[in-house]
Design a protein around this ligand. Sequence first.
Ligand SMILES: Nc1ncnc2c1ncn2[C@@H]1O[C@H](COP(=O)(O)OP(=O)(O)OP(=O)(O)O)[C@@H](O)[C@H]1O
Ligand SMILES: [Zn+2]
Length: 594
Amino acid sequence: GQATNTPAPIPLAQTGGYTTSRFFEDLRQGEVKSVSLDGAGNASILLQNATRPRSVVLPPDAATLTRLREAGVPVRVTAGGTPFGWMAQVLPLILTGLILLVLWRSLRGPSGGGAASTFGKSKAAVISEGQIKLTFADVAGCDEAKQDLQEVVDFLRQPERYHQLGARIPHGVLLVGPPGSGKTLLAKAVAGEAKVPYFSISGSDFVEMFVGVGAARVRDLFEQARKSSPCIVFIDEIDAVGRKRGVNLQGGNDEREQTLNQLLVEMDGFGSGQEVIILAATNRPDVLDAALLRPGRFDRQVVVDAPDVRGREQILRIHARTKPLDPSVDLGIVARRTAGMVGADLENLLNEAALQAARAGRNRITGRDVDEARDRVLMGPERRSLVVREADRKVTAYHEVGHALAAQLLPNANRVAKLTVVPRGRAAGFMMPDADDRLHVTRPALEDMIAVALAGRAAEEVVYGEVTTGAQNDFQQATNIARRMVTEWGMSGRLGKVALATDDGNFLGGGPHALPMSEATASLVDEEVRSLIDAAYARTLALMREHLHRMHEIVTVLMRRETLSGEEFATLLAGGTLEELPPPSSGGLTPLPA
Ligand SMILES: Nc1ncnc2c1ncn2[C@@H]1O[C@H](COP(=O)(O)OP(=O)(O)OP(=O)(O)O)[C@@H](O)[C@H]1O
Ligand SMILES: [Zn+2]
């Protein structure tokens, strides 16, 4: 999620006829003898040959300090204004750092540079109460998370009720889940439901190069938040500050540790009557410092996981509210064919579909637009203009029909949703199964999944007697499933029901990793994985041989049509025929550049 940081307004004030621009002009001319300034940027300037200092307001940011430093002008920082006051003792160090920071920012490109960042100010974006229109109704696919957070909402609405019962309300709630699942959205919705002000900041905003800056920002943030109690503070990417301390081998990161310590201090320091609830988001709960998770701090975890098929449908409905959909769009089917996508992906999908409709000059989004958008999001743009040799296209067709046959014929596999030989992204063609995401997958279903993955290769072998390099991904997928069956799900007869891999709660994917095991066990795992794959492959080969005749027929049609829907494929498999093609498939699809 993005929090918008509104940069502090740069004061354009002029004082006593002496202007900011005059000052910078004098600075360039070498007319400035010395400067003293406070944290708010009120500066007193002594010019060469002048007796009386002049006052001017300078932007209190890094760039100003850098310019002064580069001009070689002595700067005295006076206490008083917040941002600069505390820096007085460490100014020389900071100035050196500032130059590095500015250089670094400008290297990072335009987005990072330029904006005046006020030191020690929290940078938090604030939305005041009543301005958030977002509610729980705008977030879908995470009903349990909403239920958990409802308590926070209730508390913020009627704190007295809880106090009267002597209930200790959590100060910190950690939202954990994969990127794009709606953590930011939920946090905002909590503020919207409770009608309280919402402060949001990203953990990475606290982390600066200089010791003390992050801690000062934390202090400032909480000071503001306390004044606005009851309110919500949302810290995105808390792992940026909250990583375990002292694990950095290149010497600790003092700045980050100080920031984290300050955060802990603030969380402990809430008195009664201060109803500030801190929601923090992370997709790496496993790397957080244990101190953050102690009682009284982030002692609640709310999981905001990727949505299931029903959740995806609800999310699609939310984002379809603002988009004119043609009746040909069935969001239920879209949901079924987008397994693994999170809210942000689904929003993006509908947006792509809208763009696609606009490109084609339609004023409603059709089912085709959504299909195209999904394939595009999942596999990259279509590459119709790619010149593919007829022979290669034919190999692809057999390969994909192989996958499709297995999917349609094996009793526990997901049926075919679509298959195509139009290249897209890095794939020469693909078969998309009608995915669902069952929570419990049985062993036969897993075995069939392996078989479907291997079926492309099996078809090639049966038809050509030799195999191509086009199945690398399929093997990875098959091996993955087999390995997880053996090491995680205790489905190997010889290894028994032992967990040999662990999921450490990392939501960034990569999945579970193997636990340390003996060499003998490791080789047993390999054997078991191999035997699962061999068995599945043998079954698939037999299936392909049995249906070889049908396979040839379907390949002929697929070569002509390029794409078959699940229903069309089923018709052909049952021995039926498809009605003749309408004139060359344009259907509003503009050919896309390779
Ligand atoms: N559960 C959801 N319901 C409705 N829309 C969602 C949902 N999840 C994500 N979205 C859409 O995706 C956008 C991005 O989601 P959001 O920023 O909340 O995700 P996040 O979990 O905070 O991701 P990150 O970890 O990358 O910050 C939202 O603005 C919203 O439009
Ligand atoms: Zn394949």
